[in-house]
Design a binder for this molecule. Sequence first.
Ligand code: ZN
Length: 459
Amino acid sequence: MAPPSTIVSSNNTLLPGSDSFSNRKYSPTLKSAVSSENEISQLSELLSSTKLFTTMDDNVDPIALNWKSESSDYKKRGPVVCNFYKNGECKHNAVGAHSGCYSVYHALAVASKQLDPNFTPNFANSEPQFSVPYNKSWTDGESIVSIDPFGHLAIPENYEEYGDVDIRPSIAITKAVLQLPDIEQMVARGDLKVDGKIVLNEQGDVAISKIAVDPVWYLPGIAKRFEITEEELRLSLFKDTNNMYPELITRPDIKTFLPPIGGSTVYIFGDPDYLSDPTKDLALRVHDSCTGSDVFASNICTCRPYLIFGMQEAIKQAQQPNGVGMCVYFQKEGRALGEITKYLVYNARKKYGDTADKYFYRTECIAGVRDMRFQNLMPDILKWLGVQRINKMLSMSNMKFDAIVEAGIKIEERIPIPDYMVPGDSNVEIDAKVHSGYFTTGNVKTEEELKKTTGNDWK
Ligand SMILES: [Zn+2]
């Protein structure tokens, strides 16, 4: 199969990468950006040997990928292939790159000649350390649209019939032991007991099973979840990434996109088999990353304390005869607005006088919205794990609650962070969130009362 050669934009003008690019007249701007004819010629040579993207034509032969296959047989669904390396140029069936935001580091390793782009991984002995049983939501085409349900089985050995294409896992399943000073203190205080199975010893070592998951988006399903058309979604992804992924436009036949964003990690306390059993009790914390608090214990928000509380309750639940606990950690720093925006908001909050009534307003001024986490994709991981019933939900977020319930998962009890765990400077956040609709068992403050909840002024 010859590689696709027609490279045109949607309005049929030739783009860099086409055979004609080397003969193009450069604009005055580009001419001034390159210092010599030699540089222009090197650039032209590079671009003429590189296919920037493909269009739908007779030359392409993507591997079939049936998101809705209604079968537990991963071979019937087909593998996700997005690399152009090896035979991927003709056969790829996904836009984007593996490993989310880390794909750029892969590019650096290749560019600096430290990694052969055609390197063939040896996946021997790296297989999942426990099984996640198939359930129908994996292949109904709608329940799971933001991860690849068969991502843990995506190794070349499982798809030898497709020949020399780069197939890589987007899910990895392993085990670990956690050593947290907070857990050690809970054991010392008697808040957690040593059972030798989950809490292993007096030092508070905790045995866990864990799963790392990279995002894999099924575009028709994502569009449906956001109640927009697939075309609107494709165009927005294309434009908003400054045209990084032309095939979002030129290959409407390709329905899968591996976005350059962070993934998630599942931490399971107790028997993973219990997760899909509705007769077992599950305590769940769904947590969005906050490096400043989670890792460095900044006192301006409740993230780390709530995560620690979530782990404590998950462990306690798992120590019950029919219990299991889980924390799902999503890489969505600063409400998915990023740390830069977050710190700018901190500055504005402190400069204006930090009060709860203006908590969300300060974010909206800088980011245009108060939150970009879009929890409606979050339940996919729960559906994948087969979760049907949550006994204790360690979260106050109405957005998370609504998304999980909407996905058909029952939540029996919601448990707010205990008052004694709320750091001094984060009452502004908690009061504002509760006022906006976050769950509480306490009082909801009025607009007037929010003005009186103030944070530290850094002086
Ligand atoms: Zn935080």
